[in-house]
Design a protein around this ligand. Sequence first.
Ligand code: ADP
Length: 350
Amino acid sequence: MTRERIISGEQRDEREEQSNWALRPRSLDEWVGQRATIEQLKIALDAAKQRGEPLEHVLMDGPPGLGKTTLAHVIAEELGVADGIRVTSGPAIVKQGELMSTLTNLREGDILFVDEIHRLNKVVEEFLYPAMEDFRVDYTIEGGVGGRTVNFKLARFTLIGATTRAGMLTAAMRDRFGLRYHLDFYDPPELEEIIRRSAARLGVEYDEDALHAIAERARGTPRVANRLLKRMRDYAQVRAQGRITKIVVDQALKIEEIDHAGLDRLDRSYLAALIETYKGGPAGIEAIAATMGQARDTLEDMVEPFLLQRRLITRTRQGRCATRAAYEHLGLTVPTDVEKKNSDDQESLF
Ligand code: ADP
């Protein structure tokens, strides 16, 4: 794709993240959406604080842009260790030594946030087990015959892991997290509330029906909602005296090629590939990715979760299938065997 994808939940660049920083919630009370998770988390936090103990390790999973990183920072604020959170990611930790220096610098109650934790390499992952369980690490110092293993004691810290693919985590890793939360797509009314707060922070004027229209097309994802709002603000500034109206939203979304259901070009080309090249499936993800010229990971992380949630596709043992709604969405004739194909054994996504 030549153009960047406005509705992807994926982080785009540092500058955007910095401007999003101002829009993020800072406490659990300010958090909109994910009600069950937030309630459970509040209890766990209060209990840990009352006992004067660090919080148990936390695992969060869910599609990109739903607030996993934001929630890790909120937890740090709630625990009074906003300065004591270290942020890294699975693929960034290549050697034990790198993790070793991070771990030994953590103080009691500090937080280590590991994004994309399913992408830790095996050696590093196993190095982390005793750190998580007993707050100690066995570190091998190179040199001499086979090196020398030294046992280091660590401060009692909290590991917060985030993943878009809980299914790719090893059971051994998953079991070491005492608290596990699944973040799901947000409802339009929740997104509307998030956009309302962001608009207030950005100082931008809007009409109610315009907010509603943005929320409906934000793919259930706060990062997308904030990104759309900023695009609308630009459009309104240049074309509509600074006020975000329904007309502004409709025109801007048209330019961005986002349709009435919030699908963009990439989503539609996924559906078109599945329907036109593979007759609606079942088709394997590798085959679809090759047809589209996209990376499999991109499709699995950023396209499929939303299409599945909207029931535009299903995942069966034989592969992905387009549903009746997908044909209807693209304005195509629905084949007679569509229900049969989609009723075959379905796999769960996570
Ligand atoms: P993830 O780590 O799941 O990919 P992030 O935590 O980076 O997602 O969230 C992306 C952006 O979306 C944040 O910068 C924040 O501004 C916004 N955001 C996420 N969750 C919420 C929420 N519940 N309320 C308001 N804004 C949110």
